[in-house]
Design a protein around this ligand. Structure first.
Ligand code: ZN
Length: 707
């Protein structure tokens, strides 16, 4: 593409000056570029030790190291005249929470005035179940993390703000292309019995019981240089299971690392200019464990309605396609990466038209929903029995089963100890048997949100439908159809593409269709606001879509509460670290061998300190280094690389002694040479002073695999 001297000048000005007012490309209708685009990435990795992982709600699943670092990926979009601006952020976190979004907006306001607000900013989580918990403000989501964990919250907020700051500073004229295609062998429905309860005529419209479609945005600057991509594909980030303690972006984080590595010519993770988000969509009932659920004792299929084996819920677990969770993460990650790059390189349809947004805060506990000519109501939040059963991606405990539409006197007794649901609440949620009456408890603060964000971002013929929950496959389809029909009938182009951006802005659990809700699988039991939850969301989104077509503002709604200063924290802090007698921090405990072949694994361990002493955002707990000269070593890999793993554990909890283990899976293509591994940590003394240390393995040879 020929460079336009004026645009080049504008580009240079925008980069050098970061002065937004100077960027005003001509809008004579012959622009070579349709948008202004900025891309950015920030490290959101929280405490890599002793903090419960968000997602499986398994109290024994706590962080103990790093597989992949977590990142926030931000994209600033404006029309070429810079009249309207939106920001889409995809975070390698399980989801975000209202307190996170409010804090991010507060920080952006102090830096950029009214440029970025809760209205035009969308933050969407990829739903990894391998990231530290404790960043929520509602109690239900912080029970297993022993309350609020400030380090998790701060890392998430800081990294998101970093990514938006970088995206802001790189805004330049550019174009966005869209493409979509089918990706097979990468997702299955984990509640097929609920899906099958949807009307037959509706099911017949679709070939699969999950969405196989991937949509990709390709972003180029005015010179045709690749600057970023977003892909949306509906699949849970539960390839890593509930035994994993390593922080990881799971299959989507893995895919991002592959795409960014190739597009940034091998730059370290998180350090390149090209940003590739693998964002989440309507994955509510969608599992990446493509071998499906089996009984772990007999290998036989589980009962399809209840997902149990001889009545036991915890024996029914889904896995695959790999031999273990690391290989499954790799396969599902590579599948998404390969399809996304194929779609990226083949994308020719250019987005054109306005940039726009609509956002409202809706009180989901109090929506009048029109259904078949009558008006019904949503309910205050409550979770059903099957919520406690968990899913086949991560079963729950005790004797809970999915598909429960009746209750049990023993659990009701325990439930009533917390809160007996009112008769109105019971009938509102029927046929869901209420286990946790979260909406009628406000002690010590609310357990689940009442007010949530609902939002649509427009980029030309693309409508990003940002929902604060995990929509099931059919819920997503109905929502997309309703929003697209409203937009098109209001004058939007016939080829308008609706996308569900799941887990956006705050978190309000799941959304099953009315029919799926009747079956009360996990997703139905976790449909927070009762059987008409989906319809309430659709109605609200259709209202926003109508406002967008008419060019009228949407009702702002009531602000959600900010509960940050009421948070309770029970996670014990790091008291102190200690090195065993005769040893010091960084000492090698078990050293490397002298020589390794490509495609084998190096392991080394060190005397260490608690990783919570310093999170090392934008830094690393380890390096793999290659010798360049007698005194010079090049860093080849960090703790974020998929080829390395950082493990940490206490060797004596009472004495505060701990060790770190680093493993490096040497790639088959690794250049032969002399290498070493370093560990970086921090230790805390009894007075609370924190001191950095490092340790270095002996050097070792990597040899080619002999042919
Ligand atoms: Zn989920």
């Amino acid at each position: 593409m020929a460079a336009d001297p004026w645009k080049t000048c504008v580009y240079v000005l925008s980069i050098c000056c970061c002065v937004w007012g100077l960027v005003s490309p001509s809008s004579d209708g012959n622009d070579a570029t349709n948008f202004l685009i900025g891309t950015g990435i920030g490290d959101i990795t929280g405490p890599a030790a002793e903090v419960n992982m968000m997602g499986y709600a398994n109290p024994s699943q706590t962080s103990n190291g790093i597989h992949l670092r977590q990142y926030s990926r931000a994209f600033v979009f404006a029309d070429s005249g810079n009249k309207t601006r939106t920001v889409f952020v995809s975070t390698d976190s399980c989801m975000v929470s209202e307190d996170v979004k409010l804090e991010v907006v507060k920080r952006l306001r102090s830096e950029y005035g009214s440029l970025y607000t809760e209205r035009n900013l969308c933050i969407s989580g990829i739903h990894t179940h391998s990231g530290p918990a404790g960043f929520h403000q509602y109690l239900l989501f912080e029970i297993t993390s022993l309350g609020f964990v400030n380090q998790s919250f701060v890392a998430l907020v800081d990294g998101i703000v970093d990514s938006i700051r970088m995206a802001h500073s790189t805004v330049r004229p550019g174009n966005i292309f869209i493409n979509s295609g089918e990706l097979l062998n990468s997702n299955i429905n984990r509640s097929p019995a609920a899906y099958a309860n949807n009307p037959e005529a509706e099911r017949k419209r679709y070939k699969y019981n999950v969405d196989k479609n991937m949509t990709v945005l390709k972003m180029l600057d005015a010179e045709g240089k690749d600057i970023g991509m977003i892909s949306w594909f509906a699949v849970h980030c539960t390839s890593m299971n509930n035994t994993n303690g390593l922080i990881s972006g799971d299959n989507k984080g893995y895919a991002s690392q592959l795409a960014e590595e190739i597009m940034n010519n091998g730059a370290q993770p998180g350090k390149g200019a090209f940003v590739a988000a693998f964002a989440q969509s309507n994955e509510g009932d969608v599992s990446p464990n493509t071998k499906g659920p089996h009984c772990i004792d007999s290998g036989l299929p589980c009962d399809i309605l209840t997902s149990t084996c001889h009545g036991k819920n915890e024996l029914c677990v889904a896995a695959g396609p790999g031999r273990d969770m690391f290989e499954s993460t790799k396969i599902i990650g590579e599948n998404q990466y390969n399809k996304a790059m194929e779609l990226y390189h083949a994308a020719t349809i250019r987005l054109s038209g306005p940039v726009d947004f609509r956002h409202t805060y809706v009180d989901m506990t109090d929506v009048d929903v029109a259904v078949n000519g009558t008006t019904v109501k949503t309910c205050k939040p409550a979770m059903g029995y099957s919520f406690a059963a968990g899913t086949t991606d991560g079963p729950g405990m005790f004797d809970f089963k999915q598909g429960s539409t009746s209750s049990n006197p023993f659990w009701n007794l325990i439930r009533d100890f917390i809160k007996t649901p009112t008769p109105d609440q019971v009938s509102c949620h029927a046929p869901k048997p209420i286990l946790l009456d979260t909406g009628e408890i406000s002690w010590p603060y609310p357990w689940q949100p009442a007010i949530v964000d609902v939002q649509i971002l427009r980029l030309g013929q693309l409508a990003i439908i940002a929902v604060p929950a995990e929509f099931s496959t059919m819920s997503g389809r109905r929502t997309r159809d309703a929003v697209a029909a409203t937009l098109v009938s209001g004058g939007f182009p016939q080829d308008t593409v609706p996308i569900i951006a799941g887990l956006s802005n705050t978190y309000a659990d799941y959304v099953a269709t009315f029919e799926e809700y009747q079956v009360q699988r996990y997703e139905g039991a976790s449909t927070t606001y009762g059987p008409h939850t989906l319809q309430a969301y659709i109605q609200t989104l259709v209202g926003l879509a109508q406002d967008m077509t008419k060019g009228t503002p949407s009702p702002p709604g009531s602000d959600p509460p900010n509960l940050l200063d009421r948070q309770l924290s029970f996670l014990p802090p790091v008291i102190f670290d200690a090195a065993p007698a005769g040893k010091t921090y960084g000492d090698v405990v078990v050293d490397v061998q002298q020589e390794y072949k490509q495609n084998s694994t190096v392991t080394v361990s060190f005397i260490s300190g608690d990783p919570r002493n310093a999170l090392k955002r934008d830094e690393t707990f380890l390096t793999v280094e290659r010798q360049r000269s007698a005194t010079e070593w090049d860093v080849i890999f960090t703790d974020s690389s998929r080829h390395t793993r950082f493990y940490w554990h206490h060797t004596n909890y009472i004495l505060g002694e701990s060790e770190a283990e680093v493993t490096w899976n040497i790639p088959a293509s690794q250049e032969p040479g002399t290498y070493r591994i370093k560990h970086f940590g921090d230790h805390k003394n009894i007075l609370g002073a924190i001191t950095a240390f490092s340790g270095t393995s002996s050097s070792f040879q990597v040899k080619a695999i002999s042919k």
